[in-house]
Design a protein around this ligand. Structure first.
Ligand SMILES: C[S@@+](CC[C@H](N)C(=O)[O-])C[C@H]1O[C@@H](n2cnc3c(N)ncnc32)[C@H](O)[C@@H]1O
Length: 226
């Protein structure tokens, strides 16, 4: 018997999920996707994120440079300032991708061939800056999918770099989800140098209200527009 004030944990949304991107988004949606909100998915891909979501319950604006009827560049969206409640952002996350298993879904090679990790992070920065423009301020949320990577034998902690970008742009981190993949990843090299990554992240960033800024203890309560 549970004590008064404690709820069974089975109905709670947890930070860590094992499964696919659609499982992840359906968990995230339970907390953060309210009915009738205006949502732009600016890297729609094949719409895997939305397989378990009733899109009729939201105002949905999908776009993608390659895969969608609306071929918008996420760095230059055709939406007005201050329109969206949520922007969902899942750009290619790998530097100079070779032939990847996920390529039919992600089209990484077509958009990021020859890019270094720093270029990928610049890609994130440009997209997040444009997302901020179209988000309702205050209150708009930016969902950013990312995965850490290794470049030339060194760890590149993309999720930390992306957190720093979001903070610089005036967002605060409302939540962070970890998605662990079900399948065992393939190891490219015989001699293992680092632990093989089998998880990715989804950041939930928010443009804070004045009240939230105060409660967060950020000294400057004036909204900074970068
Ligand atoms: C990781 S996949 C997104 C997968 C998607 N979330 C899904 O559920 O299927 C990255 C997507 O970003 C798109 N993309 C790459 N560069 C872009 C750009 N500059 N503007 C808009 N979309 C871009 C690619 O075409 C690709 O579909």
């Amino acid at each position: 018997m549970l004590e008064r004030g404690w709820l069974s944990v089975t109905n709670f949304v947890l930070t860590s999920i094992t499964g696919n991107n659609d499982d992840l988004i359906s968990c995230v949606a339970k907390l953060y996707l309210k009915k009738r909100v205006i949502v732009a998915d600016v890297t729609y891909g094949r719409g895997v994120f939305w397989k378990k979501i009733n899109l009729k319950s939201i105002n949905f604006y999908p776009s993608d440079l390659l895969t969608c009827k609306n071929k918008y560049d996420f760095r230059n969206l055709p939406y007005p300032n201050n329109k969206m409640n949520i922007v969902v952002f899942d750009p290619p996350y790998c530097h100079n991708p070779g032939k990847m298993i996920v390529d039919p879904n992600y089209r990484n090679a077509e958009t990021t061939k020859g890019m270094y990790h720093a270029d990928i992070i610049k890609f994130y920065y440009d997209g997040m800056k444009e997302a901020k423009r179209v988000l309702k301020n205050p209150g708009g949320m930016l969902w950013v999918k990312c995965k850490d990577e290794i470049e030339s034998g060194y760890q590149r902690w993309s999720h930390i770099e992306i957190y720093n970008i979001a903070k610089d742009l005036g967002f605060y981190a409302k939540d962070l989800f970890v998605l662990t993949q079900k399948i065992t990843p393939i190891v490219q090299f015989k001699k293992q140098q680092h632990s093989r990554k089998n998880h990715s992240y989804l950041w939930i960033f928010k443009l804070p209200t004045i009240q939230e800024l105060k409660e967060l203890g950020r000294g400057n309560y004036e909204r900074v527009n970068i």
